[in-house]
Design a protein around this ligand. Sequence first.
Ligand code: NAP
Length: 317
Amino acid sequence: MSHNPHSQEGVESVTILGTGPAGLTAAIYAARANLKPLVAEGEQPGGQLTITTEVENYPGFADGVLGPELMANFRKQSERFGTRFIQGNVVKADLAKRPFTLEFADGRVVKTQTLIISTGASAKWIGLPSERKLLGKGVSSCATCDGFFFRNLDIAVVGGGDTAMEEATFLTRFAKSVTVIHRRDTLRASKIMQEKAQKNPKIKFVWNAAIEEILGEKEVEGVRIRDLVKNETYDLPFKGVFVAIGHEPNTRLFQGQLKLDAAGYLLTEAGSTRTNIPGVFAAGDVADHVYRQAITAAGTGCMAAIDAERYLESGEA
Ligand code: NAP
């Protein structure tokens, strides 16, 4: 692949937002195309895989690999070909004028001819004031990060999907009991994960239950539940509450500038990573609510780098 013939003084050719599998794969490909990509690390360097343990379905690792180790290798590989990194978060993006302008929290400004958005998705919250107040004081969204703190305690997991089943099963390693609290009477999770959780003697289920409040002043003491069938409330005691109700895409910066779907995911043209603004591309979970896998994120990251390179070659920038 050739060097961008249209490079401009003080303007980046390719800037990539995010350092999960999508962003770092885009970086590897853009760097190997001699585009010297600049990568903004984002809020959670390495992305969601840094808060998992064993990854068993990433092809090429027959015996599995630890998430953080996999991401460290992605990064090393991208650095080998000249990727540069910039720490921190972008707080403003102006995509109306070319080159595009990105402003970081500390005031630094980056101008770029192309932008690859791979900012991923973050855990969703119920949205209760008490949940926010007790975050880190018994409320968590990451069993692999915080499960250890709940040794021999009773904890609750909120949600009925695969994430909730996975978190609940994992937490039984530490907890005395795990209670899955779900708003309906059937789970959304895949059969295999449901069965695994239902067979686990430490896991109980509370059905048709909406959390109205997380109880406790300085730390979690329980939850107030509304029984959605009887329309009554009751309290259950817990020392920890793990919220596992899905994810939302990190697209706030681009609202009003790029086309998003109803759930806030970036929309791309079918079969490409192009957004509605030429020169802006999207890869990974930020544009994917269907597959959400490390391998699919890496695949679209590769596509985005190739799309960006072709765009620069076309002279449109
Ligand atoms: P999900 O499938 O969207 O499930 C979210 C769950 O949370 C649903 O049961 C939903 O209830 C509930 N929920 C949503 N908003 C809620 C709210 N405000 N209050 C209470 N409950 C709420 O999300 P996910 O479990 O994170 O899974 C996402 C994707 O990743 C899926 O495709 C899944 O298969 C995949 N995944 C796979 C694995 C694995 O294979 N190892 C592990 C984790 C995730 P309703 O059912 O009533 O809508």
